[in-house]
Design a protein around this ligand. Structure first.
Ligand code: NAD
Ligand code: ZN
Length: 253
């Protein structure tokens, strides 16, 4: 692992056009469980029953009870970990252009990242399905669910459900960054949710190095990514940011 961290640090230090793609794995050590895998939500409920827009339209009360309310409680307690902070450091040092995240937890911004593309939106905000009024999630009274706006409309999280389109401006910018980067750091994503999963392919086809950080191999490993740094994000990304920082005096001087 040490050799690969040193190699990735050299590649990151040598570019101003790196981009990170992050997924639920980067926030696990912040106390937010992923959906897939052991203990994940999908072991208990069917994604199509709780995370599809049709399911929400059919039975918003059920989706609020099984998914949204619980997620909000978990997110309210979560704080950024060294992996989020490491990416913010790489941006501040001028190597990382942006973070494209599939997460809805806002932890990248809390850690200090400035350019964050929230591919799937953010759970911190809600919007009324009738009048489009937006409000912060913590302003809502969840004594009765689904919560309703003064106009009578139901509030929904300002995120992308399965069956919905990624906001076109986010998709376009993510594609442009991916196709234009020299290094893509793919952290904590199983790369199975489309269209986010195709971004590493875009980067690779445009000639970028694709570096994965994940304790487990993914469908990208050995095909799309150049190498996998196998380990938890907090440890690996923190070590990467320190190694890039340590390389800078030689670069600058
Ligand atoms: P995923 O659940 O499909 O995969 C998580 C990945 O993280 C796996 O590949 C796993 O091996 C890896 N992982 C586990 N522990 C790790 C660690 N300590 N460090 C690094 N990686 C680790 O996640 P996904 O690909 O992001 O897709 C899930 C979808 O669900 C996303 O689109 C997202 O919108 C949503 N989601 C978001 C959150 C959040 O906002 N934090 C949480 C759960 C799900
Ligand atoms: Zn309304």
């Amino acid at each position: 692992m040490k050799d690969l961290i040193a190699r990735a640090a050299r590649e990151l230090a040598a570019t101003r056009r790196a981009v990170a793609l992050t997924g639920a794995g980067i926030s696990i050590e912040s106390g937010i469980p992923p959906f897939r895998g052991p203990g994940g939500l999908w072991e208990k409920v069917d994604p199509m029953e709780v995370a599809h827009i049709d399911a929400f339209r059919r039975n918003p009360q059920k989706v609020w009870a099984l998914l949204i309310r619980g997620m909000q409680t978990v997110l309210a307690k979560a704080a950024p970990n060294p992996a989020h902070r490491g990416l913010a450091t790489l941006e501040a040092l001028g190597h990382l252009q942006a973070v494209i995240t599939q997460n809805v937890d806002g932890l990248h911004q809390q850690a200090g990242s400035r350019d964050v593309i929230e591919f799937h939106g953010n759970f911190a905000w809600q919007r009324c399905m009738i009048c489009e009024r937006r409000c912060r999630s913590e302003e809502l009274d969840l004594a009765t669910i689904p919560p309703r706006c003064d106009c009578g409309g139901i509030y929904r999280p300002d995120c992308v459900f399965f069956g919905e389109m990624i906001p076109p401006e986010h998709l376009a910018r993510a594609q442009q960054l991916s196709a234009g980067c020299q290094v893509m750091l793919v952290v904590g994503t199983s790369a199975t949710v489309h269209p986010a999963a195709m971004l590493p392919h875009l980067a690779r086809n445009a000639g970028a190095r694709v570096i994965e950080v994940n304790p487990e191999p993914t469908p990208l490993t050995g095909t799309v990514s150049d190498y996998l740094i196998s380990g938890p994000a907090s440890k690996v990304v923190d070590a990467l940011a320190s190694a890039v920082t340590a390389l800078r005096p030689t670069l600058d001087g």
